[in-house]
Design a protein around this ligand. Structure first.
Ligand SMILES: [Zn+2]
Length: 181
């Protein structure tokens, strides 16, 4: 199984201490020390807390088992390489001033990428990516979810926006009812 093989490889790399340094997002220094390493998403990705040796800025890196490049098919049928920064920007915009941490946002992107790669997907559509982000945001924050929907689904009219709010409300109520039983 590819999945297991990937994990073993990652573990072996980690055990040997071959941890690559990342560029510090603040000062650009290439040297850091790893403070903490832990697997996420059933060990399909690895999250490391790092500290820059130059400016002591602490940041997080994510490593996903490499299995070729993921191609994203867009609405107009053009294709481009899966770009995690681009996806992250969309999520960040939706989560602006909302109680969603950088780590939670990174988890969304890393989780989606790992899901596709582990499903042996070579090509995914922007629609699929969008739906997955919405599903995860819905669990984290209502406002961020609605904001993301409004951009992603291109709500052109207030009605569509209100429909989505009502759907969300209904969903929450039915979940609340289920919990009361
Ligand atoms: Zn630095």
């Amino acid at each position: 199984m590819l999945f297991l093989r990937g994990c073993t490889r990652l573990r072996r790399v980690a055990k040997k201490g071959l941890v690559y340094a990342m560029k510090c997002p603040i000062c650009g220094c290439n040297e850091d020390k790893v403070l903490d390493t832990r697997p996420i998403d059933d060990e399909r990705s690895i999250r490391r807390r790092r500290e820059c040796l130059n400016c002591q800025h602490r940041f997080t890196s994510y490593e996903t088992v490499e299995r070729g490049t993921l191609v994203v098919c867009k609405r107009d049928n053009t294709r481009e390489a899966f770009d995690r920064d681009k996806i992250m920007n969309g999520i960040k915009k939706a989560c602006q001033k909302r109680p969603v941490s950088d780590e939670q946002m990174e988890d969304i992107v890393a989780g989606i990428e790992a899901d596709f790669k582990n499903g042996h997907r070579v090509e995914v559509s922007t629609v699929e990516i969008g739906e997955r982000i919405m599903a995860r945001l819905r669990e984290l924050d209502d406002v961020a979810y609605i904001r993301f929907c409004s951009v992603y689904r291109e709500f052109s009219e207030a009605d569509a926006f209100i429909d989505e709010l009502n759907n969300l409300k209904k969903m929450k109520e039915s979940r609340f009812d289920a919990e009361q039983k």
